[in-house]
Design a protein around this ligand. Sequence first.
Ligand code: 5GP
Ligand code: MN
Length: 396
Amino acid sequence: MEPIKNITTAETSNSQTEFTPLSNRRGVGGEALLSPSDITLWHDLLAASRHIVITCHRGPDGDAIGSTTALASWLRRRLPEAVIHIVAPTIFPDFLKWVPGAEDILIYEGHEDEVRPIVEAADLIILCDHGELKRMWTLGDVVRDHPTPRIMIDHHLDPEPGIADLVISHPDLSSTCEVLLRIILQLEDGLVSGVAANPLPLLTHSEAVSLYTGMMTDTGAFTYASTRPEIFELISILLRYGIDKDKIYRNVFFTYSPNRMKLMGYMLYVKLDVWKKAHTSLMTLTNAERRRFGALNGDTEGLVNLPLQILGMKLSIFLREDTEHPCIRVSLRSVDDFPCNEMAAEFFGGGGHKNAAGGEVWGTMDEAVALVKKAVQKYMTLLKSPLPSSPKGEGN
Ligand code: 5GP
Ligand code: MN
């Protein structure tokens, strides 16, 4: 895929709206997420920190890149004396390179010797968009072994016990970016309602762009996990910073290379297997096929969603050989109530959300396909029943 350059000028230089103060935001966007003791702990942990490392899961997605870049920028404005790094366990796709601040993200894998000392020098580590250290692969081991306080900001189910000193975990929310924006609103309200008004703007334009990106990508551009009205209240706040949401959409979704487009055609025409009775589809992609289409890692993004456009489809499964490691990556997507996260946890050593989850199989593609068949069999009763038609009058 061609590197994406110069497509975001309008997204990073909107100085007119950058410092617009917002009034009357109390109560907007939902209930407060932090308890009074959480707020005290937050301030205590940050006040004691001079070297902060912000991290996310391996294979960072829009929510991971959006939340880490927004948080780093926001903290840098509030703690100008602190040194703040973002460290991602592995590379992230080209279609996220334009996100403001993404250019400063350090990649751990392949740069271990340079990046490990930075993580080991941290006096505070903030984990974004995951609740298990194993989702950071080898960087997770470094973090686990480093005795420093941690904060976790996330929206995945069942965070690992003891993963952080302050656990801000809200699986009911759309994205880590939504959690972060609500934390910022709550913390800033505390500041501005005090005697001295907060002299800093709530957000910069760039931070609003990052936060919108994560909320948009984790909801498939607001096509799932996004029916709560608070989400749109929060987005209306972001829009008031002058972000161009249509451009953000194009930056993320309209970035295919010709090869990616051809790969998509190939996957649908040749590789799509539909199991009608189970309302389930399976696609597999080997590294040999990747090479044939010159497809990079980011080029497979979103392929798993396509089969759900088939009428009546409940579950889409996508297996792809990992480019770096001898394992098969598993992606699951569903509609309505089918619990992808439960299937991912039970069969693929992973997890995620009800409608979007993933995991791995450390074996061959044939072994992974056999495991998929077992998993579908196990969930057959749930999968076999037809989708309820028009439950609330939305139509089919
Ligand atoms: P994807 O299919 O895009 O790789 O992942 C979809 C979602 O599933 C991610 O946003 C993440 O929440 C979850 N997920 C993917 N892989 C894993 C994994 O190995 N472990 C866990 N716990 N969750 C995963
Ligand atoms: Mn997320």
